[in-house]
Design a protein around this ligand. Structure first.
Ligand code: ATP
Ligand code: MG
Length: 231
């Protein structure tokens, strides 16, 4: 794995471009700069994303010690969210599922640069991708356990999201999430993500995330109400 300088947007956790031995390109965030919490949040968030229908780049971890890193497969030609692109988004249900992910993980950090819009066959077909759930509270198991069923009240959310259109996908994702609650599969995911960072609270974290997933529909209902209040 070789590093190739910082990504060319304002960013807070020293994300760099990296290329692996097979020539694949990644965006890499090192534990040395982020601490272990974002790596836990990214790992578990990515596993859950796939289960509930959120479009996210392939994720991976590499390295050990301070070099332990979260890797997000580089998506070429990506734009950041802008409200004037709203009519071009083609995967509106996957986009809605992103809000469910944020409600479940308590990810308040869904600003415009954490939503990639990738042109597909021409500029007028855009696919929305979720990146960067590193700041989600799920990465802080102790605080996450104390959350109960609360969702972010004042999220740093991208403006102009088509909440009405995203609603169907959000609730479909909530249903997927509620099916995953309490399953051995979810237990494996939580254990795996905790093992990556050497976090010992997997059973408690599993209980907390499971409880939220069982009630995913309620969480989404509440979270959409909050987002609707945003201009
Ligand atoms: N897989 C990817 N493909 C293409 N671009 C990406 C990818 N991952 C990240 N980026 C770009 O790099 C930027 C920074 O990455 P990321 O959001 O993961 O880092 P961060 O430092 O945690 O950001 P923040 O400022 O939101 O905390 C993103 O806004 C995006 O422009
Ligand atoms: Mg970001």
């Amino acid at each position: 794995m070789s590093d190739h300088g910082p990504v060319d947007v304002d960013h807070s956790s020293e994300a760099v471009f990296a290329i692996d031995g097979d020539g694949r390109r990644w965006v890499r965030k090192k534990m040395l700069f982020t601490g272990w919490q974002p790596i836990l949040a990214e790992s578990l968030g990515w596993l859950i994303s796939r289960e509930i229908g959120v479009r996210a780049p392939v994720g991976a971890v590499c390295g050990s010690g301070d070099e332990l890193s979260w890797l997000s497969a580089y998506v070429p030609h990506a734009l950041h969210w802008q409200r004037n692109y709203v009519h071009f988004v083609r995967n509106i249900d996957e986009f809605g599922a992103m809000l469910t992910l944020d409600a479940l993980l308590y990810n308040a950090d869904r600003h415009a640069k954490n939503i990639l819009l990738v042109p597909e066959q021409g500029e007028e077909e855009l696919i929305a991708w979720s990146i960067d759930v590193g700041n989600a509270l799920v990465g802080h198991p102790q605080d996450f356990m104390e959350l109960g069923l609360r969702v972010p009240e004042k999220p740093n959310s991208a403006r102009g999201l088509p909440i009405d259109l995203m609603r169907v996908g959000a609730f479909a994702a909530a249903q997927q999430a509620s099916k995953l609650a309490g399953t051995p599969r979810l237990e494996r995911y939580v254990a795996e993500a905790c093992a990556i960072v050497g976090e010992g609270t997997a059973p408690l974290l599993l209980e907390a995330i499971s409880r939220r997933m069982e009630r995913a529909g309620d969480l989404v209902e509440e979270y959409l109400k909050i987002l609707e209040g945003f201009p």
